[in-house]
Design a protein around this ligand. Structure first.
Ligand code: DGL
Length: 314
């Protein structure tokens, strides 16, 4: 079964990384709208248009279910997406309810993009909670992630400055309301008092996906999970391509810089770089509708590796 994940950029890989652990025998597609990231500072109308384009592309590639692995696109466009496509569309919301249910005796701090924080969807969600909920937009964190800057002095200074505006000792939890923020869990952990739990919406989103698809998605068995040790092995990266492989052919369009270098070209599957993972899963990656070249695929494996390490931090 083909299941597609869509985000403005590399943030949704945090949801994909978890799905690769949990499920087996799935054909995943991943679409990062790298030409238009960030979404969080754009208008709602623009995000609706971009999301419709992205999901249209994925449905045309055979996606039978869509996970909008982006809180911002969910906030802006989920109704339009559900109206436009007949496949199930699973959205992603900041896990403030989970935070309130688990640690609600103390305030929750939600960090997200400006659009998510200003959205009506969030206002409705928070309005139903008894728990005191503070919110903080962190648009620069999306830029840091896209620039592959995860734990630099500038990232630390930004987070210390922004989080320092709150009485952190009073908090019960910090909610990651943007999938890009999963890359920074180690730095956030250093800054937050030890009792503050870090919560994301990934588990809830994948539970929804599994229940929506019923038996369509197999859970990985215990022995499959053991194979996670060999996952995200950048050196052993298999980019040999699947049924769509066309040898060395390359898809280069206009000013696509990713097609410029020759390095690794022989490993590139010109009709969608498809990577095979343990648990019998595979992923085809696209940046705004273009298949990734070998160098970009290697970078994706590095992101997944980092995200795998971040999964242990709460
Ligand atoms: N990763 C996205 C989210 O979960 C948004 C990042 C952006 O493009 O601003 O909200």
């Amino acid at each position: 079964m083909k299941i597609a994940f869509f985000d403005s950029g590399i943030g949704g890989l945090s949801v994909l990384a978890e799905a690769l652990q949990r499920f087996s025998g799935a054909e995943f597609l991943y679409f990062a709208d790298e030409d238009h990231v960030p979404y969080g500072t754009k208008s709602r109308t623009e995000i609706v248009r971009l999301s419709l384009d992205a999901v249209g592309f994925l449905v045309a590639r055979g996606a039978e279910a869509i996970v909008v692995a982006c809180n911002t696109a969910t906030s802006a466009a989920i109704s339009e997406l559900r109206g436009a496509f007949s496949v199930p569309v699973i959205g992603m919301e900041p896990a403030v309810k989970l935070a309130a249910d688990s640690f609600g005796a103390r305030p929750t701090l939600l960090i997200a993009t400006p659009l998510t924080i200003a959205g009506e969807k969030l206002a409705r969600l928070v309005g139903r909670l008894e728990c005191e909920t503070w919110s903080l937009p962190l648009p620069r964190l999306v830029e840091f992630a896209q620039d592959l800057e995860f734990d630099s002095p500038a990232v630390r200074a930004y987070l210390q400055g922004e989080l320092g505006k709150f009485e952190l000792a009073r908090l019960g939890s910090l909610v990651l309301g943007c999938t890009h923020f999963n890359y920074f869990k180690d730095v956030l952990r250093e800054i937050l008092p030890p009792h503050v739990r870090i919560i994301d919406g990934i588990g809830g989103t994948l539970n929804r996906l599994a229940s929506e698809l019923g038996g369509g998605l197999k859970l990985a068995r215990g022995e499959d999970l053991l194979s996670r040790k060999v996952k995200f092995n950048v050196d052993g990266l298999d980019v040999s391509g699947g049924q769509n492989a066309r040898g060395k052919s390359r898809q280069c369009e206009g000013s696509d810089e990713s097609c410029g270098g020759e390095q690794g070209a022989e490993e590139y599957d010109g009709d969608g770089g498809k990577i095979y993972y343990p648990n019998d899963n595979s992923v085809e990656y696209f940046y705004s509708g273009r298949a990734l070249d070998a160098e970009q695929l290697r970078k994706v494996e590095i992101f997944l590796k980092r995200l795998d390490a971040m999964r242990e931090i709460d």
